[in-house]
Write a protein that binds this ligand. Structure first.
Ligand code: S3P
Length: 440
């Protein structure tokens, strides 16, 4: 794949139906749960991206049998204690925080030291947030500075913990849930609201979990599980991938888009609530429940007038992966938008608050950024005419895709490096862009 993409033409109006690939969070969780289930699990529409392939390779290294073809994926698990541990295993989580962090909870009782490594971006990210609670169970996790590589030495007799998850991180919460499923006694988690796919899968699988929802926190109790039944799953499409095309439609003239069968779990649709408040017309159609998750088609219209937003912090966790693309809507809105308490954005694949403001500055939009907030001074007549180069952004897939959408929506002559980044979450992104750009 050539490493750069050039975009030098605004997209003209479209009226189309698209499908985006399977949800990344659910795909990785399906791989992990199936790997510790007893028997044969099958998934359809599994996201075939590098993050998910890294999860598949990880469990293969741990002795789990997998068959993958274009239509489906089968995993034959050996039960909750079924990994074949041996000396000198290294798991390469590549770019995936979800894989690197969640699998640590499962590896908590490894009898041999296991090393976890990742790519340049993942190695820089904070793993103390996982090591601290897992060490309380009795494991010994050693980190290089705060990140990767790290090593895990497990223990057999894990001690249950009480854990306060205060960042709104589903990865931290999920890692501790996995560890709790291996620990005798009751593990308690008080977790600030974040995506709840792990809890929903536990409930669907009848695992010993209790969840009580309060206003800002979820109270979770987990106990040791003896057996996990296999999990057949049709993975719905990823709202975080749909987000790029929802925004492209909102910013284009006279366009309409239907995106089929998207996971609209209430803990993931912050972007929809935010965009609606900004004046974007979005409707859910054919809403259904599938194995605890909510799925629907998303219909969106281009917007004549966009309003600035003072974004309520309670919407942050449900939109955590979508802020870069939301900032483009704020760039074209009437008035000044304000997003606060989003320091977690700088803990992602790249420091995204910084990159969001950088892209906006490039397109002539004034911003005021702090470590945890951004003010965006919108310009409803925004039109870009200059040459823009986007590079050295740690190959953050969402920086790449946001830049492409900005180019298509606002114009300019863009050279966006590291196209390869889309392989981590959305390998067919550019194909869908080309299909939308085609007439008819
Ligand atoms: C994810 C949780 C979020 C999100 C990431 C996927 C998950 O990370 O940003 O892309 O699947 O649990 P944090 O837990 O760090 O907020």
């Amino acid at each position: 794949m050539s490493n750069s993409t050039w975009v030098n033409k605004q997209i003209s109006n479209f009226n189309k139906t698209i499908t985006v690939p399977g949800d990344k969070s659910l795909s990785i969780r399906w791989v992990l749960f199936s790997s510790i289930a007893k028997g044969k699990s099958k998934a359809f529409n599994l996201l075939l991206s590098e993050d998910v392939l890294a999860a598949i390779n990880a469990i293969k290294k741990l002795g789990i049998n997998i068959k993958l073809n274009k239509k489906n994926c089968t995993i034959i698990g050996n039960g909750i204690d079924g990994y074949k541990y041996k000396k000198n295993i290294t798991i390469n989580a590549k770019n995936s925080g979800t894989l690197g962090r969640l699998i640590m909870g499962i590896l908590i009782d490894t009898p041999y030291e296991i090393k976890i490594i990742g790519d340049e971006s993942l190695s820089k990210r904070d793993f103390t947030r996982i090591a601290e609670p897992l060490n309380k169970f009795g494991a010994k996790i050693k980190l290089k500075k705060k990140g990767l590589p790290l090593t895990i030495n497990g223990i057999k007799n894990l001690r249950p913990i009480r854990y306060l998850e205060n960042r709104g991180s589903a990865q931290c919460k999920s890692s501790v849930i996995f560890a709790g499923l291996k620990t005798q006694g009751k593990t308690f988690i008080k977790a600030k609201k974040s995506r709840n796919h792990t809890e929903l899968l536990c409930k669907y699988l009848d695992l010993p979990i209790k969840v009580r929802n309060t206003k800002n926190y979820d109270l979770i109790e987990i106990q040791k599980v003896k057996k996990i039944k296999p999990l057949n799953y049709k993975i719905p499409s990823d709202i975080s991938s749909a987000a790029f095309f929802i925004v492209l439609t909102a910013l284009s003239n006279n366009s309409k888009l239907l995106i089929k069968n998207v996971n609209i779990n209430p803990s993931r649709i912050g972007i929809i609530t935010i965009l609606k408040k900004m004046g974007v017309k979005i409707k859910f159609k054919n809403k259904q429940t599938y194995k605890g998750e909510v799925v629907a088609d998303i219909f969106v219209n281009s917007s004549k007038k966009l309003k600035a937003i003072n974004c309520p912090s309670k919407l942050n966790s449900g939109a955590i992966d979508e802020f870069l693309i939301i900032f483009l809507v704020a760039a074209k809105a009437h008035g000044t938008s304000y997003f606060k308490n989003i320091s977690e954005l700088n803990q992602k694949e790249s420091p995204r608050l910084k990159w969001g403001s950088k892209i906006l500055t490039e397109i002539g939009i004034k911003t005021i950024v702090t470590n945890s907030s951004i003010k965006i001074f919108g310009n409803p007549n925004l039109k870009v005419n200059k040459k823009i180069i986007i590079k050295n952004y740690l190959k953050d897939h969402r920086v790449f895709m946001t830049s492409v959408i900005a180019a298509l929506a606002f114009g300019g002559n863009w050279n966006i490096h590291d196209k390869v980044s889309i392989k981590t979450s959305f390998p067919t992104f550019l194909k869908i862009v080309n299909d939308l750009a085609k007439k008819g």
